[in-house]
Design a protein around this ligand. Sequence first.
Ligand code: ZN
Length: 438
Amino acid sequence: MRFLTGSKSEPRTGAGAVRVSLIALVAGGLVGSAFAGELPDEPLDPGGTVNEDTTAEAEDDALTDDASVPVDPVAGNAPEDDVALADAVSAEQEEEAEPIWLLGVEVMPGTASRLAWAATELFEGVPVSTPVLVVNGARPGPVLCLTAAIHGDELNGIEMVRRVMHDMVPDKLAGTIIGVPIVNVQGFRRGSRYLPDRRDLNRYFPGNPRGSAASRIAHSFFTNVVMHCDALVDLHTGSQERSNLPQIRADLRDPDVVTLTQGLGGMVILHSTPAAGTLRAAATSAGIPTVTLEAGGPSQLEANVVKQGVTGVETLISTLSMQRRRSIWGDPEPVYYRSTWVRADSGGILFADVSLGSTVQKGDLLGTITDPVSNARAELRAPYSGRVLGMARNQVVMPGNATFHLGIESEEDPEELAEQPEIVDTRVTGDYIDGMSE
Ligand SMILES: [Zn+2]
């Protein structure tokens, strides 16, 4: 499919596409739901032991089995004036798709355009721009956004966006898909997770037009692109030599977010409260249900992982009735409401004895750390029964390094879920461990 380069013209106001409630949407399109329950929780910084708390990135502890999570997105709270996607689609003869205005360009229904977003400029005054791909369907529907490489070294998502966007046929699409393959173009060019000032862009949303460089870039992206979305999937990988089993990270206390996770097909879901400043936290707070899709590790392109991510996103597009069902993806995977990072207690060379996705029992050997000088050997064992959702690549580690991320299978007090903060401010708690995930 070809993306035309749009030409700028004066935006007019009020030309938005039909705003649709995700809840209403899925009410029309979702197949049975899907959670088997387990629990999750996240790491933190447990001096020495592995457990409790959260860490970093966005996760944290938590809660409950599936019964407690609001998995019934269909019930209830859709505002009356929302348009159910299913209705929009079935009423296509009566309802016309509308142009979408984005970045000063009008993208007509039934067309695809390649736009450019430039948040900042180099010191010599040259704008730094990155492509924004838009496919505006011939029929009305929601605006689904895909963002990748907010961390510039996370390559798998870039390829996922490319495949999904170029697979779309505008004439057969209901609604609009906006794909931004490389949000952090400056980091991408340098092969770095960060912006040139070493700031993590994904800690500055929704941003501030008078703040730091990171904050200004975040603000520009948030206001010019993200606010046009009805739902968002933010694509990430593990970081710092860590790799993630393809998984959805989502705040399962939010019914709209739960609905979004249900559309993504057979992918592991991990409940996590988003860290302050993440795109996921900011967009969800702004009323745009958002999940993070974590898949693989940084600085490499992993064919299998990319394929799983694309299948998940295309399943979502089908589930939302934006296109004819063509890739509904299999059996639901368990939902983990808690997880924990196993950390190294000694320094040395780490070799894993498990692989991503392995199911382990409490006490199972996860890996060994061998001191290259003394030959002393330490074993890393699973503190809980669960599944390996993320792990460090074989490497030299220091005490305290996060090595294995376990989704924990256990029963938990459902009320704990509700007790979590809406957003984890890791800058205050100090729980943020750089680069653990989104
Ligand atoms: Zn990331």
